[in-house]
Design a protein around this ligand. Structure first.
Ligand SMILES: *[C@@H]1O[C@H](CO)[C@@H](O)[C@H](O)[C@H]1NC(C)=O
Ligand SMILES: *[C@@H]1O[C@H](CO)[C@@H](O)[C@H](O)[C@H]1NC(C)=O
Ligand SMILES: *[C@@H]1O[C@H](CO)[C@@H](O)[C@H](O)[C@H]1NC(C)=O
Ligand SMILES: *[C@@H]1O[C@H](CO)[C@@H](O)[C@H](O)[C@H]1NC(C)=O
Ligand SMILES: *[C@@H]1O[C@H](CO)[C@@H](O)[C@H](O)[C@H]1NC(C)=O
Ligand SMILES: *[C@@H]1O[C@H](CO)[C@@H](O)[C@H](O)[C@H]1NC(C)=O
Ligand SMILES: *[C@@H]1O[C@H](CO)[C@@H](O)[C@H](O)[C@H]1NC(C)=O
Ligand SMILES: *[C@@H]1O[C@H](CO)[C@@H](O)[C@H](O)[C@H]1NC(C)=O
Ligand SMILES: *[C@@H]1O[C@H](CO)[C@@H](O)[C@H](O)[C@H]1NC(C)=O
Ligand SMILES: *[C@@H]1O[C@H](CO)[C@@H](O)[C@H](O)[C@H]1NC(C)=O
Ligand SMILES: *[C@@H]1O[C@H](CO)[C@@H](O)[C@H](O)[C@H]1NC(C)=O
Ligand SMILES: *[C@@H]1O[C@H](CO)[C@@H](O)[C@H](O)[C@H]1NC(C)=O
Length: 786
């Protein structure tokens, strides 16, 4: 029975106290956590007082007190392994319960340090950190926590069950990282004793890290649009501080700065090499003027409607893909460096292709795409000229409007319509309309009809100037030539007097001189003294006069008077021969006509004779030639001139001194026209007659023959007489005279010889003696008729 009660009791107690404890003892506090050396007190009580009758801290002996609660106090905990047990005794149970006691000690020191290392770390290498905790208990409740700054990195716990203080070391493996440079690491020792007292956490002094790492650029290539503010900033973090070296064909000076200012930049590539003791890295800056690192080739497309086009888009920097976007001819995104927009038959008037590229940009650059300007053109189907509200010929002085129709041309803003007269550009029209599809356009030209334009050819030319990328030569289309006719009233330009050559007709006046104008060409009529004249008849020298000329066409009539003088070549009328009296003023024997008045020249034997005051002498008979000339011709005439004159004697010996018995011949010759009659007379007796040449012979002269003989010549113009003297000499006187003459001659010869010899000695020269002159026979001067 008792055993059963006890069993039930135990069962009940165990039910009341929980699964672990069959002993209905309760501690207050339930467990003891106490620092080594500190004091504590604890109550022990039974959980079911009704059945208890003994509690003791010492053991199940007489110290048991019949009380509900016993207190135990410890002044100073000195035993690390101190045990306290509370005993209980009742009629239902007899049991004991150990008091759970935890004795702790915060560490004396916590410190952090490297294992086998000192100085800066190198990025990427592994290092071991350790945390030393001195004198801590109980180690099983110890947690070591690793912190970088405020960040918990790791924590370590210990399996050691030792209750006494120990020295512990926790370790941490780390890989050095650039982010750790300058970071502070520390470790904390924490005793986690459950619900017990708050135990201060002991932290190590922080450990500052120094990590050496090489420069590393985040973007290896960047594209920069050059403007005034842009600069190349290669600055990068590295430890130790790196050095910078720039390379570019555009850099004039070496630079070791991390930054290149805008002023030193021009489009191109700039490579910056950054280096320190750990390593090096490079960065390429591509500086460009354009906003997008692609090149469009050609930059502008000019395409004829319906023809093909191909334009390249070329990447200037490494990229992640590029493509053309277009309604026609777009391309797939490609990683190649070039992509081509290609359309074989462009039939889209307003196409706007653009090329885009995905590339590494520096901050704030806009999305990158480049539009290709495309001009689609079409030459006109037809270009034609017409009048506005007019037909037929134009009238001089009036204004007319011409219109040029250009059909189906695009783009009209590039169209120029040019007006030409012949090869002369008159005017041109351009258009500002921005429509891109084909249109019909009209250009007009105001012209004032002018006679000079009669028969002129106008044309208009539609030309498309599509700029430098456009086709060369410029595509153009020209209208058919448009001939115009200008009517104008007749005008007689010149009414000056006219001097036509004989044989000219009146009709030839306006033909030669263009003196009558008008369109249509006027009809010309002539009249003289109000009666019409046949203008085709040849004019004679008698037709000079004041003529009226009248010009008529559909527009008007014009007339004026013209003084006409008919010119003709010289005419000459001469006889075959003329008789002229000597010493009379000579008149031209012939009449010479002509207009203009001809000039006359008289020739004899090829020599000009001063003809105005020509007074012929007795011997000027002969063959004469008269020449007369004006601008229309020369006429000559040859005739004989016979000079009528009184007789003239020729010279002959007139004085005869002869000895007796000599023979003498007296000679007398004369000329005269008509031929004179001649005779000899001696002592008033006619002794002989004849003509031209008469002689008289005296044979065996005697003194009776001495005396004056007379020769007489006569005709109708005069009578001439010539005397001859005949003397008969005494012979004795002749002999003395002969001797004296011989002596005289010898003396002269002697003198000449002496002079000659002397001179020769002086000058030693040579001289010739000139022979005596010969004398011609001439007619004797003649005193004229007596
Ligand atoms: C213990 O004592 C109580 C009261 O005194 C009593 O009621 C109970 O029966 C006893 N238990 C046993 C097993 O005797
Ligand atoms: C004490 O024990 C009795 C009998 O065993 C039980 O009835 C009672 O509930 C217990 N009281 C406590 C507080 O456990
Ligand atoms: C406390 O109890 C444990 C085991 O129960 C024992 O090993 C130890 O020696 C005891 N300590 C003392 C001081 O009696
Ligand atoms: C502690 O014990 C656990 C399991 O028993 C074991 O896995 C761990 O390695 C031990 N720790 C140390 C520091 O001995
Ligand atoms: C712990 O280390 C300290 C200092 O090195 C030493 O004085 C002490 O004896 C050590 N304690 C233990 C339990 O080894
Ligand atoms: C390049 O650098 C910029 C800022 O400097 C950054 O936003 C971007 O992500 C970087 N690109 C790469 C691929 O590193
Ligand atoms: C260059 O860039 C660095 C950081 O990348 C910055 O600190 C520095 O101020 C820049 N230099 C200039 C001149 O802007
Ligand atoms: C500039 O750099 C780009 C990309 O690296 C390269 O394609 C290009 O040829 C370079 N240009 C020059 C002029 O070096
Ligand atoms: C693009 O050009 C760069 C040099 O400018 C060259 O290195 C690269 O191979 C080219 N890429 C392709 C896909 O052709
Ligand atoms: C022709 O048109 C293009 C645009 O299509 C324009 O850029 C260019 O200036 C034009 N040329 C002329 C001469 O108007
Ligand atoms: C040329 O044409 C324009 C209008 O198209 C006009 O204003 C201008 O007077 C013309 N010039 C001449 C010389 O006709
Ligand atoms: C231009 O004129 C032609 C002929 O008159 C006509 O067929 C065409 O439709 C016109 N085009 C436009 C754009 O008006």
């Amino acid at each position: 029975m008792l055993l059963l009660q006890e069993l039930i009791c135990i069962l009940l107690i165990s039910l009341a106290h929980g699964v672990h404890d069959s002993c209905p003892i309760m501690f207050d506090p339930p467990d003891v956590v106490v620092e080594f050396g500190a004091s504590f007190s604890v109550n022990c009580s039974s959980t079911n007082v009704t059945h208890q009758f003994g509690l003791s801290w010492e053991g199940p002996d007489d110290t048991m007190e019949n009380t509900e609660e016993i207190i135990r106090s410890v002044d100073k905990v000195t035993d690390w392994e101190m045990n306290k047990t509370c005993f209980m005794y009742s009629n239902e149970t007899k049991c004991s319960q150990d008091l759970p006691i935890t004795i702790y000690k915060t560490p004396d020191n916590v410190s952090i340090s490297f294992v086998n290392h000192s100085g800066p770390m190198i990025e990427g290498n592994q290092y071991e950190l350790k945390c030393d905790i001195q004198n801590v208990a109980p180690v099983q409740d110890l947690t070591v926590k690793w912190y970088k700054g405020q960040t918990l990195l790791d924590q370590t716990t210990f399996n050691d069950t030792s209750k006494t203080p120990v020295n512990e070391t926790a370790t941490l493996l780390i890989t050095a990282d650039r982010a750790d440079d300058g970071a502070q690491y520390r470790c904390e020792a924490e005793l986690d004793l459950g619900d017990g007292p708050q135990i201060p956490i002991i932290s190590s002094e922080p450990l500052s890290f120094e990590v050496h790492y090489k420069p590393k650029h985040s973007n290896l290539t960047v594209f920069i649009i050059k403007n005034n503010e842009v600069m190349l900033n290669c600055t990068v973090k590295a430890n130790p501080t790196p050095t910078y070296t720039w390379h570019s064909e555009h850099l004039k000076e070496k630079s070791s700065s991390s930054v290149l200012p805008s002023s030193t930049l021009s489009p191109g590539n700039y490579t910056c090499t950054t280096e320190n003791s750990v390593g090096r890295d490079s960065k390429v800056f591509i500086v460009s003027d354009s906003e997008c690192p692609v090149q469009i080739i050609p930059q502008r497309a000019v395409v004829e409607y319906g023809s093909s086009v191909a334009v390249d888009c070329r990447a200037l920097i490494p990229h992640d893909g590029m493509a053309w976007e277009a309604d026609e001819g777009g391309t797939e995104k490609t990683s190649a460096n070039v992509t081509t927009w290609n359309v074989s038959n462009l039939r889209e008037w307003e196409i706007k292709p653009y090329c885009y590229i995905n590339y590494i940009k520096i901050a704030n650059t806009p999305p990158c795409e480049v539009q290709l300007p495309v001009t689609v053109y079409k030459t006109p189907d037809n270009v034609s000229i017409s009048f506005v509200n007019h037909r037929g010929p134009m009238i001089e002085g009036k204004q007319y409007e011409l219109q040029c129709d250009v059909q189906d041309v695009a783009p009209v803003q590039n169209l120029t319509v040019k007006w030409y007269k012949g090869q002369t550009l008159l005017n041109q029209t351009t258009y500002t309309d921005t429509i891109k599809t084909p249109v019909n356009e009209t250009a007009t030209l105001l012209i004032t009809a002018d006679r000079a334009d009669d028969g002129a050819q106008y044309r208009c030319e539609a030309e498309l100037d599509l700029g430098a990328e456009g086709p060369q030569p410029l595509p153009k289309r020209t209208s058919e030539p448009f001939s115009i006719t200008v009517y104008y009233a007749p005008e007689i330009q010149s009414c000056n007097s006219w001097s036509p050559l004989k044989g000219t007709s009146l009709d030839s006046l306006h033909l030669n001189v263009y003196s009558v104008v008008g369109n249509p060409h006027p009809n010309i009529s002539w009249s003289l003294n109000s009666s019409p004249v046949n203008s085709s008849r040849n004019l004679t020298e008698n037709d000079s006069g004041q003529y009226k000329i009248t010009a008529t066409n559909v527009l008007n009539v014009s007339s004026c008077f013209i003084n006409i003088k008919v010119q003709y070549p010289p005419e000459l009328k001469c006889n075959e021969s003329y008789k002229v009296k000597e010493n009379t003023l000579f008149q031209f024997p012939c009449t010479a006509n002509g207009l203009p008045k001809p000039e006359l020249s008289l020739y004899k034997n090829g020599k000009v004779i001063q003809h105005e005051f020509f007074k012929p002498s007795w011997n000027d008979s002969g063959l004469y030639q008269l020449i007369t000339r004006n601008q229309h011709g020369t006429v000559n005439s040859t005739f004989t001139v016979n000079i009528l004159h009184a007789p003239v004697f020729y010279s002959s010996q007139e004085n005869f001194v002869v000895g007796e018995n000599s023979n003498i011949t007296l000679e007398c010759s004369s000329s005269g026209n008509p031929e004179p009659e001649m005779w000899w007379s001696f002592k008033n007796k006619n002794i002989s007659t004849g003509r031209r040449h008469i002689t008289f012979n005296i044979g065996r002269a005697t003194s009776t023959n001495a005396g004056n003989y007379t020769c007489v010549a006569t005709n109708e113009f005069g009578r001439r007489v010539k005397s001859f003297v005949v003397e008969i000499r005494d012979d004795s006187s002749n002999y003395i005279l002969f001797v004296v003459l011989i002596l005289l001659v010898l003396l002269i010869l002697f003198i000449i010889v002496v002079i000659f010899l002397r001179r020769r000695n002086k000058l030693r020269g040579r001289y010739e003696i000139q022979s005596a002159k010969q004398y011609e026979m001439r007619p004797l001067s003649n005193g004229g008729p007596e």
